[in-house]
Design a binder for this molecule. Structure first.
Ligand code: E4P
Length: 215
């Protein structure tokens, strides 16, 4: 499973990249608004740090606007992926982008049928929002299971990009279900390596290590 960081914060992105396990980056308007930089500048700076797919989202909601903004985003750097909302105009634009060789990430996916449409339109990635489904007292991971099954039934090339991840359990479940990508907030990336028994065991080994006679 590929690891993307879900962030618009360049310092966080640099720290995650330094771990050596980062495959790409996803941003959204809410994340980039926190950084306070113009979108193109922020995406170009991220592309200079991470050599992998970087999703930048369009703000337009009509077909012509999505296509215009998407082409501008794709022109920033070869690794840019155009993030498009899962609405009819967005799906139409995804088909246009696919014909032009522009990669897409279809975002705000909340149902198996929506994911089916994204794949049929030729999306590179589909982003089901797991945490936001959990927030409504439904089981977000059931959606990942559905999409993985649907895509495997028909051999779609679209990759399942698990988004709106809130905890290490989400990452584990995504991996167990065979999702292609998980986009993870920096805090959760840090939590993945943590286990109290590792810390306790290491402390004991270091303590005992001092008792080994020096040779
Ligand atoms: C990433 O592609 C999504 O925009 C992001 O994961 C949404 O996360 P949130 O539900 O925590 O805002």
């Amino acid at each position: 499973m590929k690891f993307f960081i879900d962030s618009g914060d360049l310092d966080e992105i640099k720290k995650a990249a330094a771990m050596g396990l980062l495959d790409g980056v996803t941003t959204n308007p809410s994340l980039l608004a926190k950084g306070g930089k113009p979108m193109k500048q922020a995406l170009a700076e991220i592309a200079a740090v991470v050599d992998g797919p970087i999703s930048g989202e369009v703000l337009a909601v009509d077909y012509e606007g999505i296509v215009r903004e998407g082409r501008e985003i794709a022109a920033i750097h070869k690794n840019l992926v155009v993030k498009v909302p899962l609405i009819p105009a967005g799906l139409r634009a995804v088909k246009t982008f696919a014909a032009e060789g522009i990669k897409t990430n279809v975002t705000l996916c909340f149902s198996g049928n929506q994911a089916l449409l994204a794949a049929k339109a030729g999306a590179t990635y589909v982003s089901p929002f797991i945490g936001r489904i959990d927030d409504t007292s439904h089981e977000g991971m059931q959606l990942i299971e559905q999409i993985v099954t649907i895509y495997s039934n028909y051999d779609f090339d679209t990759e399942v990009l698990v988004a709106s991840v809130r905890s290490p359990t989400h990452v584990l479940q995504a991996a167990l279900l065979g999702a292609h990508v998980c986009t993870i907030p920096f805090k959760v990336i840090e939590q993945l390596a943590y286990h109290p028994l590792t810390d306790l065991g290491l402390a004991k080994f270091l303590e005992d290590g001092k008792k080994i006679p020096k040779g």
